[in-house]
Ligand binder design. Structure first.
Ligand code: SF4
Length: 392
């Protein structure tokens, strides 16, 4: 059960800390199911970090004197670039922003990059949280996904990372071609057996134009249907929650104190600055909120501003409301029925909707707020979609 009420009408306070995201857009090869923005040519790594320094310095006025509560280095595969580039950028950042003593510095890594000294070097560079793209501890699943690491690598590197970093997150995917419920249970048992303090569970989604989609359309593989995927997700919720994990977001489970500070800040609509191609930012001045996305092109990014500048939009009241409903349900901190009632002026729809969701076992109402149940998490977006359809 959630532990705190979230007030969706919270406004930015002066001095509110900021989080930072860096998108490192390089991978050695593209996994079969992946449609992220990335390139597999590594000869641009050095010029990328030069462009990143320029972007960071150009953003200094937004950052100077601000408290930095979290830095998340994602991608792509940040663990494949030399650690000296990562540490150089963190050093630059720390000369501009004011890192909180307990600031989270997280980095996404793939097991195949961490066999040598990289893990210790990353820790020395200030990284205190590792997010490990394990995806599975079963060799058959890893091969079906086109991952480069083996099941043995996954176990060994997970064990070592637990010793080196303050906290560790492991990603697991269910719904892989040919996967059975028993195979999924084995992954859950493996991650719990290692006592990994944070687990992200994703249902494999088949994205257009991926190799996976082509293999499915040619009849080479099939993926478990929606009902099987839903039951795998539900078994993850039941298994992890009965073993001490808290289900604090649709896909995320953590032992107390091990949640991702960066991700939670984004879901709570706290400000964050994004660096690198395709990175998003959310900044606020008083009640004016702006979302910005860098252009999703490495070549434009290397050319520097204004070529790298992407889209910027100031949110309308309606857009803010929609975000608040979706995000508050995602992190299950209690969506205030009062703000929905204000929109349902004729009082015709909301009550019926809530009764329907409750009858399906998706929500509970407590202290005038909506909370999702374990099975309700599966329908979080559907529930939010219906709630925002109430006529203002
Ligand atoms: S390692 Fe991650 S980002 Fe890179 S191709 Fe695979 S899924 Fe995509």
């Amino acid at each position: 059960m959630p532990d705190a009420r979230f007030s969706p009408d919270r406004v930015h306070e002066e001095g509110e800390p900021v989080s930072i995201y860096l998108h490192v857009p390089f991978c050695r090869t593209r996994c079969r199911y992946c449609d992220f923005f990335l390139v597999t040519r590594l000869d641009h790594v050095e010029s990328f970090f030069r462009a990143l320094s320029s972007e960071t310095l150009a953003s200094a006025p937004l950052l100077r004197g601000r408290r930095v509560k979290a830095v998340h280095i994602g991608g792509g595969t940040p663990s494949l670039v030399p650690v000296s580039f990562i540490s150089g950028w963190l050093d630059l950042l720390s000369t501009i922003g004011d890192f909180e003593p307990e600031a989270e510095i997280a980095l996404e890594a793939n097991p195949e990059d961490l066999g040598g000294p990289a893990m210790r070097e990353l820790r020395s560079a200030g990284v205190n949280r590792l997010s490990l793209g394990v995806q599975s501890f079963q060799q058959r699943k890893l091969s079906a996904l086109g991952r480069r690491h083996s099941a043995d690598d996954a176990r060994r590197i997970t064990g070592q990372a637990l010793q080196v970093f303050d906290t560790l997150s492991v990603d697991l995917i269910c719904g892989v071609p040919g996967e059975s419920s028993a195979e999924w249970q084995k992954d859950l048992q493996d991650v719990m057996g290692l006592a990994v303090p944070h687990v992200s569970v994703y249902m494999l989604s088949v994205e257009p134009k991926t190799r996976l989609e082509r293999r499915i359309s040619r009849g080479l593989v099939t993926v478990p249907g929606e009902t099987v995927q839903a039951s795998m997700y539900s078994s993850a919720v039941a298994t992890l929650c009965s073993s001490g994990y808290r289900h604090y977001e649709v896909s995320n489970f953590a032992f107390p104190g091990h949640h991702s500070r960066y991700n939670l800040a984004c879901w709570m609509r706290e400000p964050y600055l994004g660096f690198g191609p395709s990175a998003h930012s959310f900044v606020r001045k008083g009640r004016v909120e702006v979302r910005r996305a860098n252009a999703g092109s490495l070549l434009r990014y290397l050319a520097g501003p204004p070529a790298s500048s992407g889209i910027e939009e100031t949110l309308t009241e309606e857009e803010r409301f929609v975000e608040q409903v979706f995000l508050t349900l995602r992190i299950n901190r209690g969506l205030d029925v009062g703000i929905l009632r204000k929109r349902d002026k004729l009082g015709l729809n909301l009550q019926g909707m809530l009764e329907r969701f409750h009858a399906k076992g998706w929500i509970v109402l407590e202290d005038g707020c909506i909370f999702l149940t374990g099975s309700g998490f599966l329908f979080a977006d559907h529930i939010a979609g219906e709630l925002i359809s109430l006529e203002p």
